[in-house]
Design a protein around this ligand. Structure first.
Ligand code: PLP
Length: 376
């Protein structure tokens, strides 16, 4: 059976050019980047090159890039490094890497979003306190793809003298990102969301930002992140960044066309289907749709049996499926959240695959609705 992957927001495959760049960094150039002999210096050169590539993608300088083990670590480093005992302001739709981590700080205010999934900068301003140390607002949401008005929020942070962090894990590689134009002090990204391997990411830390480390040890990453550098991972991250610098706009046009094709044909062909977060600016590859009367887990399984990988609007926590906190935050009921599915297209998807997915959806939704007593 042919299988089709429509879950690129969960993770992406490692691209051929990324793998090609990484292989020598694991075999020939295997030195410890802190060693002063030839082997170490060769690894250091590769690491420095990768850091320059990541910096270039974000409009930052190489010294402002801390290589981490991924998005979760970058988010935790930003929050704990800036506000361990202070007050943080964030939103109700963050990824758990920010939402749960911020709950471990001194105190946190979670600002709500509107029905499109957008946070009102004024509500961030109103949440400011004298002990606020950080504002953390994600750039693009992983479930809805909705993009936040970061520039406006960063201005509020700057006026208040508070650090501004953004979780850019779902934005990086899917839209142009310029940290200087955004005005953020800290920005997280993760390699495996844009065709680098899992387990590598980065935190942009604006020059002059006083960030305390979370892990203590050697003097790696300018004392901001101890631990022998993952040179091969960083090389992969850098190569993936370089690819986006060279091909980003073409890729985004391709993905946007596929996403729009999917939404249009689904809305045309499936009655009582809706786009969550419609009307908001979104990254081009993401679509959250809901189908009245459908259980998203049942739909996910039915699609998987036909060869299509998508993601449901619920999260598994302690053995029970909970409706997504993001979908509840935009005002959907439990039932509406549970009838939502996320499609995230990627580099290798084609219009033909989208059409096959639409056909499968039409069939599966009709079949499941016949079994749903509540759906009249
Ligand atoms: N933040 C967002 C918005 C994400 O979507 C993810 C991953 O799904 C993360 C953070 C965590 O990144 P990582 O998987 O690299 O730890």
């Amino acid at each position: 059976m042919e299988r089709y992957y429509f879950d690129h927001n969960a993770t992406t495959p490692v691209s051929p050019e990324v793998l090609e760049a990484m292989l020598p960094a694991m075999t020939e150039v295997y030195g410890n980047a802190s060693s002063i002999h030839h082997f170490g210096q060769a690894a250091r050169q590769k690491l420095d090159h990768a850091r320059r590539q990541v910096a270039l993608l974000l409009g930052a300088t190489p010294e402002e890039i801390v290589i981490t083990s991924g998005g979760t670590e970058a988010d935790n480093l930003a929050l704990f490094g800036m506000a361990r005992h202070g007050h943080a302001i964030t939103t109700t739709i963050e990824h758990p890497a920010v939402l749960v981590a911020s709950g471990q700080l001194g105190s946190v205010t979670k600002v709500p979003v509107d029905s499109r999934g957008i946070v009102d900068p004024d509500s961030i301003r109103r949440a400011l306190r004298s002990d606020t140390k950080i504002i953390s607002v994600m750039h693009a949401n992983n479930e809805l793809g909705v993009i936040q008005p970061l520039e406006e929020i960063a201005k509020i942070a700057a006026e208040a003298g508070v650090a501004m962090h953004s979780d850019g894990v779902q934005a990086t590689g899917k839209m142009a990102v310029d940290v200087k134009r955004l005005g953020v002090d800290l920005y997280s990204l993760s390699g495996h969301k844009f065709y680098a391997p899992k387990g590598v990411g980065a935190l942009y830390v604006r020059k002059g930002t006083k960030l305390a480390p979370v892990m203590y040890g050697g003097h790696h990453e300018r004392d901001r992140r101890a631990g022998t550098e993952n040179v091969a991972g960083a090389v992969g991250l850098g190569r993936a960044a370089q690819w986006i610098i060279e091909n980003g706009p073409k890729e985004w046009a391709h993905e946007g066309a596929l996403r729009d094709r999917l939404e249009k044909s689904v809305l045309d062909r499936i009655p009582d289907s809706h786009v969550n977060g419609a009307g908001a600016p979104r990254v081009p590859n993401t679509s959250s749709m809901r189908f009245d009367g459908i259980d998203s887990d049942a739909l996910l399984i039915a699609l998987d049996l036909k060869g299509f990988a998508v993601s449901s609007g619920s999260a598994c926590s302690s053995g029970a499926t909970e409706p997504s906190h993001v979908l509840l935050a935009i005002g959907l009921t439990n039932e509406q959240s549970r009838s939502s599915v996320r499609f995230s297209v990627g580099r290798s998807n084609t219009a033909h695959q989208v059409d096959l997915l639409t056909d499968a959806l039409v069939e599966c939704v009709a079949h499941l609705r016949k079994l749903a007593p509540a759906y009249a």
